[in-house]
Design a protein around this ligand. Structure first.
Ligand code: SAM
Ligand code: SF4
Ligand code: FES
Length: 348
């Protein structure tokens, strides 16, 4: 053992526990990042194996009533062509993608009641009939709504906390409540969804201490899935002139998350690939075991513009599936053929 940081990585790999100061120490030191990534890769292999789960992402509407300071879909962005796909189109995207072998879909949109509850339930129940698992990523809802989606067939819900730093959260979402976001996550968990959360990396004024809190929050809330992505400034959002988040730091937060929550599902995020052409492959070698290829068709890919430089905007679902399959197989890993639920393991 030749460095205190290496000792901390060793401790995390073997006990799956670190305190806040220890996490900050690893985040602050970049000398042995490779050791951290390799440790996360070993823990990934030991607990979730070599299969990679593909979740087909359907970006079904870019209307949003929220106004998050980083996001291109925010309500006050007038320089965006809004769309809202008809239920039959959404179901058809899912049907086609299921025929290419997808066993899970992530239905994502801006927040708000742009679809009536009955419409959402209809879409969910129709897609469920394709014999797939369904993840929703549609923001903050009431308990009754979350319950109704679950009963219609939704299995998982993704709601990033974005940051656990309450002051920073308030600055970036002046009209939203951090407390409500946490309560939504608790409700989602209580209702029996597989619960996904995560954070943005490199927000202005975000500290390493707050990133350590984010990781500890993931553990505390009992997350089943964690998505971590670098913040990428959007020219049409208030944070347009801020610095882009660091790919390396996002990778480190992801890797530490794998060490502390060894058996959860962790995607190699699209935002990582936006900043680094091999971002998803690097993430898959540093703790990730999930990829979410886009199965939305046509112009909607480009219109769902959270940030500039989004990958795959001119590609088709068939092309993306074969592209990502090739990259995964080149790593010596295989594509999972099941629904990709969290397989809880005894942590030792
Ligand atoms: N509206 C839902 C919500 O906010 O939970 C789901 C869709 S939202 C577009 C999905 C995620 O996109 C957010 O949780 C946020 O972390 C991420 N995102 C938004 N703007 C971003 C940006 N400029 N850079 C990186 N990620 C961004
Ligand atoms: Fe809307 Fe989600 Fe973007 Fe916030 S992050 S503006 S809620 S789409
Ligand atoms: Fe879309 Fe590679 S995953 S082109």
């Amino acid at each position: 053992m030749n460095s205190p940081i290496l000792e901390l990585i060793y401790k995390a790999e073997n006990t799956h526990n670190l305190n806040k100061d220890e996490i900050v120490c690893i985040l602050a030191n970049d000398e042995i990042n490779e050791k951290l990534f390799n440790a996360a890769d070993r823990v990934r292999e030991k607990y979730v194996g070599n299969e990679v789960h593909l979740r087909g992402l359907i970006e079904f509407s870019n209307f949003c009533t929220q106004n998050c300071f980083y996001c291109g879909l925010r309500r006050d962005n007038k320089n965006i062509q809004r769309y809202k796909l008809e239920p039959e189109i959404i179901i058809n995207f899912a049907r086609k993608a299921a025929s290419y072998g997808y066993k899970t879909f992530v239905m994502q949109s801006g927040e708000g009641n742009f679809y009536k509850l009955e419409e959402m339930l209809y879409i969910i129940s129709k897609i469920k009939k394709l014999n797939v698992a369904i993840t929703l990523s549609i923001g903050e809802k009431t308990e009754e709504e979350y319950k109704a989606y679950k009963e219609a067939g939704a299995d998982r819900f993704l709601l990033r906390i974005e940051t656990t730093d309450k002051e920073l959260y308030k600055k970036l979402h002046p009209e939203m409540s951090h407390e409500n976001r946490i309560n939504c996550l608790k409700t989602i968990k209580k209702l029996g969804y597989e619960t996904g959360t995560g954070c943005l990396i490199g927000l202005p004024d975000q500290t390493l201490e707050s990133l350590a809190d984010d990781i500890l929050f993931f553990k505390e809330i009992g997350a089943d899935m964690i998505g971590v992505g670098p913040f990428i400034p959007n020219e049409e959002a208030p944070l347009s002139d801020e610095k882009t988040g660091s790919f390396e730091l996002a990778l480190k937060v992801m890797a530490i998350t794998r060490l502390l929550l060894p058996d959860i599902n962790i995607p190699a995020t699209t935002a990582m690939e936006t900043l680094n052409a091999e971002g998803r492959v690097i993430a898959l070698k540093s703790g990730a075991n999930v990829v979410m290829p886009n199965v939305t068709e046509g112009e909607y890919r480009a219109l769902y513009k959270l940030y500039p430089g989004k990958i795959c905007i001119n590609d088709t679902p068939v092309h993306c599936k074969s592209c990502i399959t090739g990259k995964i197989e080149a790593l010596g890993r295989t594509i999972s053929k099941d629904y990709g639920f969290r397989n809880r393991k005894q942590i030792k």
